[in-house]
Write a protein that binds this ligand. Structure first.
Ligand code: ME8
Length: 517
């Protein structure tokens, strides 16, 4: 039995509605999950929502509703968006789920009992308005805390701390001996530098007097857990870590460690420092530390998206306007994994029109039309493998190599290279001329077969990114949907002699430019 490919995304914070950056991350993980299913591997894909924390409590207060109600309303938006965008997750992590709360409390108790968590008093400057302790970083050039912090008082507060510093050397050693821990590798170098500078422990509690919307500490009912400590544990609680009376079972073991897909803002310190140390302190072995795939940011006009800048691009609106497939394809084709990407609606339209409507859609249409017109859809398979067919499979191998490195944009580039090659081949061979001369009947058969077989490969290669279009292509080619990747690599799976192609119907209708007002 093949090993399970386990993949998780960050769980989205429910203090605000989903944005295009959230959509990018979930689609990336979905494409990788679908790719591994295509390879025939068992897959466990987990995504979800991060529902606790101060910002949720504050947003709810502003609206005069309970935090649970607020978090649920935002959660509903995420759920609807993921359904619309065709996410294929196998499990859903919502941190208010009693199952998750139970696991968080058991881990807190375990770490407390093991002496990994201790209580201490902290004195410092506290902003009542922002409800947080301030550090010197928050002081203005005049050395004072600015008016944005409101009333600032020096207070002493008792809290619980998790022993991070104690495990610093272990983490450094782990990073040094596992060069593939973080992808891309420049992020691993950044992480190593941050760990070298690590000092101090992590405050993991908030007194209920200032934050109630969280998971209560099992050993002190006066406090709730810091939201990150709660959120990170989702990755194991929803993979079945502690379903019964004891932690771990065969199902969990088969799903762990999972590849964590996260954005660049949450590797240091949450996923690259807190999380491996939490797992290590809870008894996870080095082989059980989850690898990190760190993606860049989707930016708008160079600026980090923010509500105040008014540049939120709503993924639900884009999917409705252009189709979920157009949005999926654009985000995957135009973002080099690990790098930032500049969002531009006109690029979405031009990518779709150029690659999908023109290159792939027209290729499918022309090929099926010609096959119908000249051969009533019936293919003749060459007796031996031709160089064209071997080259087609070489492109599939390039695609596989890129996908295996999470480089979805490069894999799509390779696939679309095959479509471009086919279009150039049609121009060069001019089947409409061959069809006029019976002496070229054999050559025409070969050309039509090459094109149809290339389209079959393409229908498999686009499936992780464009699952609906892949089914549509299969239907028109008159082949079974959901073929595995092996069917694109194995010569024996090529279209049979005498295979009858279906009739063409437009699969990627052009997006017409909006009429200028
Ligand atoms: O960080 N482009 O939640 P979140 C690309 N709840 N990705 C972006 C992005 C952008 N413009 N903005 C955010 C949290 N992201 C925590 C995670 S995990 C245990 C807890 C990514 O809603 C971000 O990097 O702020 C993160 O991976 C994800 O969206 C959720 O961000």
């Amino acid at each position: 039995m093949a090993k399970t490919f386990s993949i998780t995304t960050a769980i989205d914070y429910t203090n605000a509605a989903p944005h295009i950056g959230h959509a990018y991350e979930k689609i990336l993980a979905d494409v990788l999950a679908r790719y591994h299913r295509l390879k025939g591997e068992p897959v466990f894909f987990l995504t979800g929502v991060d529902q606790h924390g101060q910002k949720v409590q504050q947003s709810a207060q502003k609206q005069g509703i309970e935090p649970a109600e607020f978090a649920q309303a935002v959660t509903t938006k995420f759920v609807a968006l993921w359904e619309k965008l065709g996410l294929s997750h196998d499990a859903w992590a919502a941190t208010t789920d009693p199952l998750h709360k139970g696991v968080v409390q058991k881990i807190l108790q375990q770490l407390f009992d093991a002496g990994e968590i201790y209580k201490a008093a902290h004195s410092g400057f506290y902003s009542v308005r922002q409800e947080q302790f301030l550090t010197d970083k928050e002081r203005g050039p005049d050395g004072e805390f600015g008016p944005e912090w409101g009333e600032v008082n020096e207070i002493t507060e008792e809290n619980y701390y998790f022993r991070l510093a104690k495990h610093r050397d272990w983490l450094l050693g782990y990073i040094n001996s596992h060069p593939d821990y973080v992808t891309p590798s420049f992020r691993q170098a950044e992480l190593r530098n941050a760990v070298e500078r690590l000092s101090g422990d992590l405050c993991i509690s908030r007194p209920k007097a200032r934050l109630e919307w969280g998971i209560e500490l099992p050993f002190d009912a006066g406090y709730v857990t810091y939201v990150w400590f709660d959120a990170l544990i989702n990755y194991i609680s929803f993979a079945g870590y502690w379903n019964g009376s004891e932690p771990r079972n065969a199902e969990f073991e088969s799903r762990w460690p999972a590849l964590h897909v996260i954005g660049k803002d949450i590797i240091i310190p949450a996923h690259g420092v807190y999380w491996p140390i939490m797992l290590h302190a809870a008894g996870f072995t080095d082989a059980e530390i989850p690898p990190l795939l760190v993606h860049g940011y989707i930016n708008i006009a160079g600026a980090k998206m923010s509500k105040s800048l008014g540049n939120i691009v709503d993924p639900a609106v884009l999917a409705e306007k252009y189709s979920p497939g157009a949005l999926r394809y654009y985000l995957m084709r135009e973002t080099a994994t690990g790098q930032d990407m500049e969002f531009a609606e006109e690029r979405l339209v031009s990518r779709y029109n150029t690659d999908l409507a023109n290159d792939l859609g027209n290729l499918l249409n022309r090929t099926l039309n010609m096959a119908q017109r000249y051969r009533e859809g019936v293919l003749k398979r060459p007796v031996a493998d031709t160089p064209w067919l071997t080259e087609g499979r070489a492109i599939v191998e390039q695609y596989v190599a890129k996908m295996d490195q999470f480089l979805v944009h490069a894999a799509l580039e390779a696939a679309m290279g095959l479509a471009a090659k086919c279009n150039a081949y049609i121009e060069a061979q001019a089947p409409w001329k061959l069809a006029k001369d019976p002496a070229h009947a054999g050559q025409l058969d070969e050309v039509l077969y090459h094109l149809a077989e290339s389209l079959r490969l393409l229908s498999i290669l686009i499936a992780p990114v464009l699952p609906d279009a892949a089914c549509g292509m299969a239907a028109q080619l008159n082949i079974a949907p959901d073929a595995p990747l092996s069917a694109a690599l194995d010569p024996a799976a090529a279209l049979a002699d005498g295979h009858i192609l279906g009739k063409p119907t437009p699969l990627f209708p052009r997006i017409e430019a909006e009429a200028k007002p």
